[in-house]
Design a protein around this ligand. Structure first.
Ligand code: NCD
Length: 270
C-alpha cells in the first residue's frame, strides 16, 4: 500500500495485518518500538470540518514520535486560487506523508504526489480510514467478519457507508441492508441485525432531506442483546445521546480505536 485513497487500495491480508498492529499499539507491546517514526513529518490538510479525524491523526503521529504539519485550507493560498495539485506538491516538499480531507469526490485519483497520500474523506466519495476503524470495531465485538447482517440507518450518501460496504462485501455471507422508512418499521429491522450502523443526514452535500429515523432507548429495545450500535459521528437528531449508556453502543470505542488504526496505517505507509 503506497496511498490509501480508497478501500480498493488495501488488500484483505493487509487489513488483517493492520488490525494486528493496531492491537499491538493499543497494548503498548514492546515490539512496536520498531514502528516508531521519529523524524518523520506528516501533513494534515483539511478543507472540510473535522473533529475526530484531525485529532486522532494528530495523536497517532505524536504517538509514533513524528511531527505534524497542519494546514487549514480556509486560510491557505487555496483562497488565492492555488490548485489542489500545487498545494499538494508544495506540502510534499515539507512532509513525508499527506493526509487530506476535501470536498471533491474522486479528485485525489487524478493527482500524483511523491509522498504517500491518505484520503481522510473526499466529499461524497470514500472515507477509508474511518471504515477500517469501523471494521476493526465490528471484529472486536462480533469476533468475526463474515456471516453478519448489517443494517444501515440514515443517509446512504455518507462516505463512511460507501467504504464500509465495500469492506464488508469482501467477506463471505455478509448482508448489508439499507433501512427504507417507507417500507419497514425500524423496530422490525433492528431485531434482525448483528450491527446497526447509523449516519447523519449529510446536509452540506445533499439537497433533499431524507426522512430521519430517531434512534433512542426505546428503539434499542428491539435490538438483539448480542448486536452492536455504531455511528461514525458527528450525530444530530437521528440519535439520542441517551443510547451511550447501553453496553451495545460501541460509538465511543470507534472514536478511541481511531488512534490505533491510524497509527498502524501511518506505520505501514511511512
Ligand atoms: C464522518 C465524515 O466526515 O464523513 N465523520 C468522521 O470522520 N468520523 C461522518 C459524517 O460527517 O457524517
Amino acid at each position: 500500500m503506497k496511498n490509501l485513497l480508497s478501500i480498493d487500495d488495501i488488500s484483505t491480508p493487509e487489513i488483517l495485518n493492520l488490525f494486528k498492529l493496531a492491537q499491538s499499539f493499543r497494548n503498548n507491546d514492546p515490539d512496536t518500538g520498531r514502528f516508531l517514526k521519529k523524524g518523520k513529518t506528516v501533513a494534515l490538510i483539511f478543507n472540510e470540518p473535522s473533529t475526530r479525524t484531525v485529532l486522532s491523526f494528530q495523536k497517532a503521529v505524536m504517538n509514533l514520535q513524528g511531527t505534524v504539519l497542519l494546514l487549514n485550507m480556509l486560510t491557505s493560498s487555496a483562497q488565492k486560487g492555488e490548485t489542489l495539485e500545487d498545494t499538494l506538491k508544495t506540502v510534499s516538499c515539507y512532509a513525508d506523508a499527506i493526509i487530506l480531507r476535501q470536498s471533491k469526490m474522486g479528485i485525489l485519483k487524478t493527482i500524483s504526489v511523491d509522498v504517500p497520500l491518505i484520503n481522510a474523506g473526499d466529499g461524497m466519495g470514500e472515507h477509508p480510514t474511518q471504515s477500517l476503524i469501523d471494521l476493526w470495531t465490528i471484529y472486536e465485538n462480533k469476533k468475526r467478519l463474515n456471516g453478519l447482517s448489517i443494517l444501515f440507518v440514515g443517509d446512504k450518501n455518507s462516505r463512511t457507508v460507501h467504504s464500509l460496504v465495500k469492506l464488508l462485501e469482501r467477506f463471505e455471507g455478509n448482508r448489508c441492508v439499507f433501512y427504507e422508512p417507507l417500507e419497514d418499521t425500524i423496530e422490525e429491522k433492528m431485531g434482525e441485525a448483528d450491527v446497526v450502523y447509523v449516519t447523519r443526514y449529510q446536509s452540506e452535500r445533499c439537497q433533499e432531506k431524507p426522512q430521519i429515523v430517531h434512534i433512542d432507548k426505546t428503539t434499542m429495545r428491539m435490538m438483539r442483546q448480542d448486536a452492536i450500535l455504531m455511528h461514525p459521528l458527528p450525530r444530530n437528531e437521528e440519535m439520542s445521546p441517551e443510547v451511550d449508556d447501553d453496553p451495545r453502543s460501541v460509538i465511543f470505542d470507534q472514536v478511541r480505536n481511531g488512534v490505533f488504526i491510524r497509527m498502524a496505517i501511518l506505520a505501514k505507509v511511512l
